[in-house]
Design a binder for this molecule. Structure first.
Ligand SMILES: [Fe+2]
Length: 184
Protein backbone atom coordinates (compact mmCIF):
# COMPACT_ATOMS: atom_id res chain seq x y z
CA UNK A 1 0.00 0.00 0.00
CA UNK A 2 2.76 2.47 -0.89
CA UNK A 3 1.18 4.03 -3.98
CA UNK A 4 1.48 7.80 -3.98
CA UNK A 5 -1.65 9.81 -4.72
CA UNK A 6 -2.05 10.23 -8.47
CA UNK A 7 0.38 7.46 -9.33
CA UNK A 8 -0.86 5.49 -12.30
CA UNK A 9 -1.41 1.80 -11.87
CA UNK A 10 -0.37 0.04 -15.05
CA UNK A 11 -0.86 -3.55 -16.01
CA UNK A 12 2.20 -5.74 -15.57
CA UNK A 13 2.81 -6.36 -19.26
CA UNK A 14 6.16 -5.72 -20.82
CA UNK A 15 6.25 -3.62 -23.99
CA UNK A 16 6.12 -6.51 -26.42
CA UNK A 17 3.33 -8.28 -24.52
CA UNK A 18 1.30 -5.06 -24.50
CA UNK A 19 1.79 -4.44 -28.24
CA UNK A 20 1.04 -8.10 -29.00
CA UNK A 21 -2.19 -7.88 -26.96
CA UNK A 22 -3.19 -4.85 -29.05
CA UNK A 23 -2.39 -6.76 -32.25
CA UNK A 24 -4.48 -9.75 -31.14
CA UNK A 25 -7.41 -7.48 -30.32
CA UNK A 26 -7.25 -5.74 -33.69
CA UNK A 27 -6.93 -9.05 -35.56
CA UNK A 28 -10.04 -10.26 -33.71
CA UNK A 29 -11.99 -7.13 -34.65
CA UNK A 30 -11.11 -7.53 -38.32
CA UNK A 31 -12.22 -11.19 -38.13
CA UNK A 32 -15.56 -10.00 -36.71
CA UNK A 33 -15.86 -7.60 -39.62
CA UNK A 34 -15.43 -10.47 -42.09
CA UNK A 35 -18.71 -11.92 -40.76
CA UNK A 36 -20.54 -8.60 -41.21
CA UNK A 37 -19.23 -7.37 -44.50
CA UNK A 38 -21.43 -7.58 -47.57
CA UNK A 39 -24.56 -7.44 -45.39
CA UNK A 40 -26.73 -4.41 -44.68
CA UNK A 41 -25.95 -2.58 -41.45
CA UNK A 42 -29.54 -2.39 -40.27
CA UNK A 43 -28.75 -2.48 -36.56
CA UNK A 44 -25.65 -0.27 -36.78
CA UNK A 45 -23.38 -3.08 -35.62
CA UNK A 46 -21.02 -2.85 -38.57
CA UNK A 47 -20.55 0.89 -38.18
CA UNK A 48 -19.85 0.53 -34.44
CA UNK A 49 -17.36 -2.26 -35.10
CA UNK A 50 -15.52 -0.19 -37.72
CA UNK A 51 -15.46 2.79 -35.33
CA UNK A 52 -13.85 0.52 -32.74
CA UNK A 53 -11.33 -0.80 -35.28
CA UNK A 54 -10.36 2.76 -36.26
CA UNK A 55 -10.02 3.83 -32.60
CA UNK A 56 -7.89 0.82 -31.68
CA UNK A 57 -5.61 1.13 -34.71
CA UNK A 58 -5.23 4.91 -34.28
CA UNK A 59 -4.31 4.62 -30.59
CA UNK A 60 -1.95 1.73 -31.19
CA UNK A 61 -0.10 3.40 -34.06
CA UNK A 62 0.15 6.59 -31.99
CA UNK A 63 1.85 4.97 -28.99
CA UNK A 64 4.22 3.22 -31.38
CA UNK A 65 4.97 6.42 -33.32
CA UNK A 66 5.48 8.48 -30.17
CA UNK A 67 7.37 6.02 -27.98
CA UNK A 68 8.28 2.62 -29.41
CA UNK A 69 9.48 3.52 -32.92
CA UNK A 70 11.75 6.49 -32.01
CA UNK A 71 13.32 4.46 -29.23
CA UNK A 72 13.85 1.37 -31.37
CA UNK A 73 15.20 3.45 -34.25
CA UNK A 74 17.78 4.97 -31.92
CA UNK A 75 19.16 1.62 -30.75
CA UNK A 76 19.10 -0.51 -33.92
CA UNK A 77 20.89 0.04 -37.19
CA UNK A 78 18.00 -0.55 -39.56
CA UNK A 79 16.49 2.67 -40.84
CA UNK A 80 14.83 0.82 -43.74
CA UNK A 81 12.79 -1.31 -41.31
CA UNK A 82 11.69 1.75 -39.34
CA UNK A 83 11.00 3.86 -42.46
CA UNK A 84 8.81 1.15 -43.98
CA UNK A 85 6.88 0.72 -40.72
CA UNK A 86 6.32 4.48 -40.53
CA UNK A 87 5.01 4.55 -44.10
CA UNK A 88 2.68 1.64 -43.30
CA UNK A 89 1.33 3.60 -40.32
CA UNK A 90 0.77 6.62 -42.57
CA UNK A 91 -1.12 4.37 -45.00
CA UNK A 92 -3.33 3.09 -42.17
CA UNK A 93 -4.06 6.65 -41.00
CA UNK A 94 -5.02 7.60 -44.56
CA UNK A 95 -7.55 4.77 -44.79
CA UNK A 96 -8.90 5.56 -41.30
CA UNK A 97 -9.33 9.18 -42.42
CA UNK A 98 -11.35 7.98 -45.41
CA UNK A 99 -13.51 5.72 -43.23
CA UNK A 100 -14.26 8.62 -40.89
CA UNK A 101 -16.05 10.36 -43.76
CA UNK A 102 -17.93 7.24 -44.92
CA UNK A 103 -20.95 5.28 -43.75
CA UNK A 104 -21.76 1.57 -44.00
CA UNK A 105 -23.50 1.09 -47.31
CA UNK A 106 -21.37 3.68 -49.11
CA UNK A 107 -19.53 2.55 -52.21
CA UNK A 108 -16.15 1.10 -51.24
CA UNK A 109 -16.89 1.11 -47.48
CA UNK A 110 -16.43 -2.64 -47.06
CA UNK A 111 -13.51 -2.65 -49.50
CA UNK A 112 -11.77 0.13 -47.56
CA UNK A 113 -12.09 -1.77 -44.26
CA UNK A 114 -10.89 -4.96 -45.96
CA UNK A 115 -7.81 -3.27 -47.43
CA UNK A 116 -7.08 -1.67 -44.04
CA UNK A 117 -7.30 -5.13 -42.47
CA UNK A 118 -4.96 -6.66 -45.05
CA UNK A 119 -2.41 -3.91 -44.64
CA UNK A 120 -2.57 -4.08 -40.85
CA UNK A 121 -2.17 -7.88 -40.93
CA UNK A 122 0.98 -7.54 -43.05
CA UNK A 123 2.30 -4.76 -40.81
CA UNK A 124 1.66 -6.72 -37.61
CA UNK A 125 3.43 -9.78 -38.98
CA UNK A 126 6.54 -7.79 -39.83
CA UNK A 127 6.48 -6.00 -36.52
CA UNK A 128 6.13 -9.16 -34.44
CA UNK A 129 8.96 -10.86 -36.32
CA UNK A 130 11.58 -8.25 -37.19
CA UNK A 131 10.93 -5.44 -34.73
CA UNK A 132 10.16 -7.50 -31.67
CA UNK A 133 13.34 -9.52 -32.21
CA UNK A 134 15.32 -6.31 -32.63
CA UNK A 135 13.81 -4.86 -29.45
CA UNK A 136 14.64 -8.00 -27.47
CA UNK A 137 18.23 -7.97 -28.72
CA UNK A 138 18.75 -4.24 -28.13
CA UNK A 139 18.86 -4.44 -24.34
CA UNK A 140 15.89 -2.16 -23.73
CA UNK A 141 14.09 -2.18 -20.40
CA UNK A 142 10.92 -3.73 -21.79
CA UNK A 143 9.10 -3.62 -18.43
CA UNK A 144 9.62 0.14 -18.07
CA UNK A 145 8.78 0.66 -21.73
CA UNK A 146 5.61 -1.40 -21.25
CA UNK A 147 4.59 0.84 -18.34
CA UNK A 148 5.16 3.97 -20.47
CA UNK A 149 3.15 2.56 -23.37
CA UNK A 150 0.31 1.55 -21.03
CA UNK A 151 0.23 5.00 -19.41
CA UNK A 152 0.18 6.78 -22.78
CA UNK A 153 -2.53 4.44 -24.02
CA UNK A 154 -4.66 5.28 -20.98
CA UNK A 155 -4.10 9.00 -21.63
CA UNK A 156 -5.16 8.69 -25.25
CA UNK A 157 -8.20 6.65 -24.25
CA UNK A 158 -9.04 9.46 -21.79
CA UNK A 159 -8.39 12.13 -24.45
CA UNK A 160 -5.54 13.74 -22.48
CA UNK A 161 -2.84 15.86 -24.16
CA UNK A 162 0.62 14.60 -25.06
CA UNK A 163 3.30 14.56 -22.38
CA UNK A 164 7.04 14.41 -22.69
CA UNK A 165 8.25 10.85 -22.63
CA UNK A 166 11.24 10.32 -20.31
CA UNK A 167 12.82 8.10 -22.94
CA UNK A 168 16.19 7.92 -21.17
CA UNK A 169 14.44 5.80 -18.56
CA UNK A 170 14.22 2.88 -20.98
CA UNK A 171 17.44 3.37 -22.96
CA UNK A 172 19.99 0.60 -22.85
CA UNK A 173 22.89 1.31 -20.52
CA UNK A 174 25.52 3.60 -22.05
CA UNK A 175 23.19 5.04 -24.67
CA UNK A 176 23.45 8.76 -25.33
CA UNK A 177 20.08 8.74 -27.06
CA UNK A 178 17.86 11.77 -26.68
CA UNK A 179 14.10 11.60 -26.43
CA UNK A 180 12.70 11.87 -29.93
CA UNK A 181 9.27 12.76 -31.11
CA UNK A 182 8.12 12.62 -34.70
CA UNK A 183 6.60 15.77 -36.17
CA UNK A 184 2.83 15.89 -35.85
FE1 LIG B 1 2.06 -2.67 -33.64
Amino acid sequence: MNDKPGKKITPALDALELLKADHDKVRGLFREFEDLKDIDDEDGRKGRLVDEICREVATHTMIEDEIFYPLLRSVIDDDDLMDEAGIEHAGARELIGQLETMFPGDDHYDATVTVLGEEIAHHIEKEECDMFDAARNAGLDLDELGAQLATRKEELDDGLPAQDIPAEAVAPRGSARQAQRPPN
